[in-house]
Design a protein around this ligand. Sequence first.
Ligand code: SF4
Ligand code: SF4
Length: 89
Amino acid sequence: MNSLRAEEEASLKGGDDAVAWVKEDLCIGCDQCTIVCDDDAIELFDKPLASSIMKVEVNRKARVLREPCTGCKLCVLACPTDAIIMIDR
Ligand code: SF4
Ligand code: SF4
């Protein structure tokens, strides 16, 4: 399993040509990505919850700011739900 993870990490795009992207559906607003991002390229925002069944009114979601993102991939490795991917800039 670990070697699979290592392979995945090695195959991730990165650097100047790549930028991180948050898949909102998978994001649980845990703040790990903003903690590891040295470039202040991720912010959390409140998103109204689609279902009224749950007793919270908003979900926190992360979003990447394209300009400051350096493509370092730290956020991808830190995200517990694999909500962040690297895409072409
Ligand atoms: S790839 Fe690096 S610079 Fe870009 S958002 Fe993730 S941690 Fe920040
Ligand atoms: S680390 Fe992942 S789940 Fe946590 S706030 Fe960032 S994108 Fe969302």
